[in-house]
Design a protein around this ligand. Structure first.
Ligand code: COI
Length: 364
């Protein structure tokens, strides 16, 4: 039976003045709407107690399994306001299916696609005033569904009680510099994921394990780190929070193939499709880090960009590593293909282009 998220409206919502102030400069991931959606799963009763209630602290026992064994998965997607005031999400069923795959890998229960969609719709409908107005640049309501082992138990086994929630956060650009290219550091000492591990799942541990590499990058004046395969330290994987693409001099759009250690980004998949609309040849294959270093020098790599739900399409500039640097091909604001793909994606998401792929779902 599918879930119905009962509305328990909070009596003390944010004032219109304060919300307007927040929406004028939302930042990323710092402000949250008045409500959240939650459902509970137990081994005996399955999913139940679905509700939309006041956003606020969660109550967990210090022995809750997630705090010890990181049995947790999450998703990220956005709600976009269109010119006519309606609110839409982009391929939310792809996020639902990925969350099911992530849950299977982390031995968590699966949430049916219709229940995942119902939770988004219920939350966005009650908090729709928090979706930034159309035409305010790259602003949206970022939705963060997540699921964790809330059972108070220290034995190492799949939890018998799990909590699913969705929170929502009005968002501007993920990178404060906007289209300014990001500089990347090659993480040679730290890997993000290994064969047979959880790299393809959207689980907090992968992000935690990317932080030391990212810090190393920041110490070397870079914005983000690029992770290589853990077996040979040769092949490019991803940035930890974003996938990577390369535009070659012969019109190909190349991205690392999914090897089980890379997150299958919804934006990544969408760009592979949009590339064809723009006359590019998409290619998923293994790419050596040496190909990047050499390619920007000999001209065979014309552009590099990173992509993800939060960061959309972000131009990549210089690549640095211990003792070396490959120059940027991105100019001030990214190359032509990067900018065209970014515009094509944003035009679709904000309803400025026809949704020929059937990727939009109305939420409010
Ligand atoms: C997203 O792009 O939605 C993510 O989950 C990545 C994170 C860096 C914000």
């Amino acid at each position: 039976m599918s879930l119905t998220f009962d509305l328990q409206r909070r009596p003390d919502p944010t004032s219109d003045e304060r919300r307007t102030e927040i929406l004028a400069d939302p930042g990323f991931g710092v402000h949250f709407t008045d409500h959240m959606a939650t459902a509970t799963w137990t081994r005996d009763a399955g999913w139940h107690d679905a509700r939309v209630h006041a956003y606020g602290p969660v109550s967990l026992m210090p022995s809750a399994a997630v705090l010890h064994y990181a049995q947790e998965v999450f998703e990220g997607l956005k709600a976009y306001r269109h010119e006519d005031g309606s609110v839409w999400s982009f391929r939310p069923e792809a996020n639902a299916e990925r969350m099911q795959r992530s849950a299977r890998r982390l031995a968590l229960p699966e949430l049916a696609t219709e229940d995942f969609l119902a939770s988004l719709e219920a939350l966005v409908q009650v908090d729709q005033a928090w979706v930034p107005a159309a035409g305010t640049g790259e602003t949206s309501l970022y939705l963060r569904p997540f699921m964790y082992a809330s059972e108070a138990f220290l034995g190492v086994r799949p939890a018998a009680e799990v909590t699913y929630s969705v929170i929502a956060s009005p968002a501007g650009a993920y990178f404060a510099g906007g289209l300014q290219p990001v500089t990347l550091w090659v993480s040679e000492h730290y890997a993000r994921a290994g064969a047979g591990g959880t790299g393809a799942a959207k689980t907090g541990g992968n992000y935690a394990s990317s932080l030391a590499g990212q810090l190393e990058g920041i110490e070397h004046g870079c914005d983000q780190a690029v992770f290589l395969d853990s077996a040979t330290h040769t092949y490019i994987e991803e940035l930890g929070g974003m996938n990577l693409f390369f535009v070659t001099d012969d019109g190909r759009l190349v991205t690392p193939e999914l090897t089980g250690t890379i997150l299958e980004g919804v934006t990544r998949g969408s760009i592979l499709e949009l590339a064809k609309d723009l006359g590019l040849t998409p290619q998923e294959r293994r790419i050596e880090i040496a190909e990047w270093k050499d390619g920007v020098r000999d001209g065979s790599i014309r552009e590099v960009f990173a992509c993800g739900t939060a960061a959309v399409v972000t131009p990549v500039g210089a690549l640095r590593w211990e003792g070396g640097e490959a120059p940027s091909t991105a100019g001030e604001q990214g190359g032509e293909v990067t900018r065209s793909l970014r515009a094509a994606l944003l035009d679709l998401q904000y309803g400025r282009a026809e949704d020929t792929h059937g990727w939009l779902t109305r939420l409010a």
